[in-house]
Design a protein around this ligand. Structure first.
Ligand code: KG4
Ligand code: ZN
Length: 328
């Protein structure tokens, strides 16, 4: 079974063809990162205009690379939330147009669920249930217990900034550029952390908070905590604090929920220190997608749709965007 996936929830215009939920026949991503870099973050209006320009060429490239004419497709899957409304609309309307013109089933997919499925696109094994996933991206920091395909329980989430958002904001404070995650990771290589930054205390056992950490970095950079350390050492201290907070709660949640395996998903899952922190704290097998599948892509959307399709999901052409969709 071949599914065409479409993803335009933020600043990547992406299309992919995936066979049987596992085999990537094509995975095309047109990133707008350079376009937004000069603003230091994603500008929603700019993003939706760029999606409009890119969507047709990206779709054509995905079908061509997969050597898959539209007639060979079994379904069209598209991210319908969460995300930026103007961006989501471009992908959703493109998907509806293809579904209508070629009489193909349409499936609306939750972007966050898509991130989970990036883990099995490469592993070649079935998921073990229950598994515990940390979805860490620019928009989300969710600890999710996956009990079965399509059955999720959100155990905790961030109360303020998402981890990726904190990386982006701190990188801006340190003048390291955008996107901030890779910039901070590069800068911190070989650097000694300047100091031990504070870990937030929050009421929920599996909830997170990163705004205090961001303020601590701001005060450090302004010289309010003494001599201003080199950016690399501040980057190292920040990265260490985020990885420690995420890994500690993730591993505790996995143990208490009796998870069979643990997974990292989303852009921040590309961070090496985070992976190491989780592995060092947990005896459970850890799955992490390769970096290209951690950040937004459409292969993960098509992979998730495979299981949704088998479970009978079919959406009508009335399907609408859900910018605030959650998981669990
Ligand atoms: O999943 P994603 O591509 O888009 C969203 O759905 O948000 O995640 C993007 C986020 C950005 O905040 C970016 O700074 C962060 O992931 N990121 C990283 C790394 N690579 C990307 N954060 C830490 N370390 C990285 N290597
Ligand atoms: Zn994402």
């Amino acid at each position: 079974m071949k599914i065409l996936g479409i993803e335009t929830s933020c600043d990547e215009t992406a299309a992919a063809v995936v066979e049987d939920g596992r085999r990537i026949l094509s995975n095309v991503v047109a990133s707008q990162a350079d376009l937004h870099a000069r603003y230091g973050g994603v500008v929603p209006e700019v993003a939706s205009r760029k999606h409009l320009e890119s969507i047709v060429p990206v779709l054509e490239a995905a079908l061509e690379t997969a050597r898959c004419p539209l007639a060979e497709l079994d379904a069209i899957a598209v991210t319908h939330g969460p995300g930026l409304p103007g961006s989501l609309l471009v992908g959703l309307n493109a998907a509806k147009a293809v579904a209508l013109a070629h009489d193909l089933p349409l499936l609306g997919i939750n972007h966050l669920e898509g991130h989970l499925y990036a883990n099995w696109l490469v592993a070649g094994v079935e998921p073990s249930f229950p598994n515990l996933t940390l979805i860490v991206s620019g928009g989300h920091t969710d600890l999710v217990l996956m009990e079965d395909h399509g059955r999720y329980r959100c155990l905790g989430r961030t109360l303020d900034d998402a981890a990726g958002e904190a990386f982006d904001k701190v990188a801006r404070l340190l003048g390291l550029g955008f996107p901030g995650g890779p910039a901070i990771e590069r800068s911190a290589v070989g650097a000694r952390p300047a100091l031990r930054l504070p870990r937030a205390r929050v009421a929920g056992p599996y909830d997170f908070s990163f705004s205090g950490l961001k303020t601590a970095v701001l005060r450090l950079v302004r010289g309010e905590l003494g001599e201003v350390p080199p950016a690399a050492e501040t980057a190292a201290a920040f990265q260490e604090a985020v990885a420690d907070a995420l890994a500690t709660k993730m591993v505790r949640a996995a143990r208490e929920a009796g998870a069979a395996e643990i997974l990292l998903s989303g852009g921040v899952a590309a961070n090496t220190l985070l992976r190491q922190a989780v592995t060092a704290r947990s005896p459970l097998p850890l799955r992490v997608p390769p970096p290209s599948l951690c950040t937004d892509n459409a292969a993960m959307i098509a992979a998730c749709a495979h299981y949704r399709f088998l479970a009978g999901q079919r959406d009508s052409l009335d399907l609408d965007i859900q910018p605030n969709l959650r998981i669990g």
